[in-house]
Ligand binder design. Structure first.
Ligand SMILES: Cc1ncc(COP(=O)(O)OP(=O)(O)O)c(N)n1
Ligand code: TZP
Ligand code: MG
Length: 212
């Protein structure tokens, strides 16, 4: 069986609200092999966000690809999403685990800090995310770890490792070689004219797993 946390992790862009179009974009990313989808909307307006998240959950359920909600534990619980991604300004991972249950995906941002990742693992996180490894227009002020952080994290942690930030299909391979299980990407997938082809280019960076 292919590992659940291996491959492209596609994170939705913040665009004007056209939920049909966002659904189509996510479907295209899944078509290109995305293994995990995150709905990331930093807007304050919770009502359209709920509708959009529900619509994406429909797409993800049909494709049997998990949907994670960024920041908003209440929204994740309300729509029955597969999990939530939490950063330093977000709810505690222990609370999320309690609310969403033992099988939920609880992702935690660890920036450039191994200590945060160790704490996240102890708190029941499903994966630890590090980055931004490269300059990102989505989060220009993010911490900038070296890829070697992934190698160190691999030695110290047992949970899967997600790399994020300015990742392209050219620079992604070095992060996988350093220890990343997943590449989390916004621009390199969703700002491209052919989303499926763009997603496929990341998917192809991961060696195909042969059935046992
Ligand atoms: C997979 C993944 N990694 C990191 C982040 C960033 O989370 P956070 O630091 O909470 O910042 P916002 O995304 O909420 O602006 C993420 N969303 N996903
Ligand atoms: C949410 C987030 N956290 C660190 S970098 C980043 C944005 C990633 O977007 P992109 O893949 O376009 O650089
Ligand atoms: Mg956050």
């Amino acid at each position: 069986m292919t590992h659940r946390f291996r491959g492209l992790y596609a994170i939705t862009p913040e665009t004007s609200r056209h939920s049909t179009s966002l659904q189509d974009q996510v479907a295209a990313a899944i078509q290109g092999g995305a293994r995990l989808i995150q709905y990331r909307d930093k807007g304050a307006d919770s009502s359209p966000r709920r509708a959009e998240a529900r619509a994406l959950l429909d797409v993800c359920r049909v494709a049997e690809v998990p949907l994670v909600i960024n920041d908003d534990l209440d929204l994740a619980a309300a729509i029955g999403a597969d999990g939530v991604h939490l950063g330093r300004d977000d709810p505690d991972p222990r609370e999320a685990r309690q609310r969403l249950g033992p099988h939920a995906i609880i992702g935690v941002s660890c920036y450039d800090q191994l200590a945060l990742a160790a704490a996240a693992q102890a708190a029941g996180a499903s994966y630890a995310a590090f980055g931004s490894f490269f300059p990102s227009t989505v989060k220009p002020k993010a911490a900038r770890p070296a890829p070697e952080l992934l190698t160190e994290a691999r030695k110290r942690l047992t949970i899967p490792l997600v790399a994020i930030g300015g990742i392209t299909s050219q620079n992604g391979a070095l992060l996988i070689a350093a220890g990343a299980d997943m590449l989390a990407v916004v621009t390199g997938v969703f700002a491209q004219p052919d989303i499926t082809a763009a997603a496929r280019a990341y998917t192809n960076l991961f060696p195909k797993e042969t059935p046992a």
